[in-house]
Ligand binder design. Structure first.
Ligand code: 3PG
Length: 209
């Protein structure tokens, strides 16, 4: 049975936003995150090796729930599904992407930053949304304001989140989880410091919701 976007959001307090430049990092990274308690992983489609990384993790780390980030088109969507992705995250929302995901029975976590974008997404049946870029688009204050007219919308704020400020978002009634790249620092990958990534994941799992 396929996942729902809400189930993707509920799996852990933080969805790691992962940018990989070397396929050799993919499997040990996924293993480190899982050892720290995070199995739902967003691999962004921003690098030439992103699809190979998804394939490697799906083949070698079956406990991982691999999703694709930065999915902006039908072409991106079909490529990541062929590589094994089980959910998609997009920086914004288009009806085309919403329809394509529904046709393929793929959960989509689309990005929104304004009331009009929320209305468009909910009109197409999407109520579990990424709030992006969270800090730049108004942060906690904006999410509190959006709760008035959109109390039923469930958000994953992403963009500018850190271990220090994530808790301020996670206490909000319309926030289910947050997304962020801080769990996977580029320098930790380069130095193969997977123990540090495991520790960051362990700390993220302990954030209260
Ligand atoms: C992104 O798509 O890059 C995410 O919003 C991650 O943002 P961050 O690097 O500020 O966590």
């Amino acid at each position: 049975m396929s996942l729902t976007a809400l189930q993707v959001m509920q799996d852990a307090p933080v969805i790691p936003v992962i940018v990989l430049h070397d396929v050799a990092h993919a499997v040990p990274l996924a293993q480190a995150l899982i050892a720290g308690g995070i199995r739902t992983l967003e691999i962004t489609m921003r690098t030439p090796v992103a699809l190979d990384c998804m394939r490697a993790i799906c083949a070698e780390v079956p406990q991982a729930i691999v999703g694709a980030g930065t999915v902006c088109s039908t072409r991106d969507l079909d490529a990541c599904l062929a590589a094994g992705a089980r959910f998609a995250v997009s920086p914004g929302y288009t009806t085309q992407l919403g329809v394509d995901c529904r046709k393929r029975d793929v959960p989509l976590l689309p990005g929104v930053a304004t009331a009009s974008e929320i209305m468009l997404a909910q009109n197409d049946g999407y109520t579990a949304l990424k709030f992006f870029p969270a800090l730049q688009a108004g942060g906690v204050g904006m999410l509190k304001a959006l709760y008035g007219p959109f109390a039923h919308i469930q958000f994953c704020p992403t963009g500018g989140l850190t271990a220090q400020n994530a808790a301020e978002f996670l206490v909000l009634p319309n926030v289910v989880c947050v997304g962020g790249s801080w769990l996977v620092p580029a320098d930790a990958l380069l130095s193969a410091d997977y123990a540090r990534i495991e520790t960051l994941a362990r700390q993220a799992v302990q954030l209260a919701r």
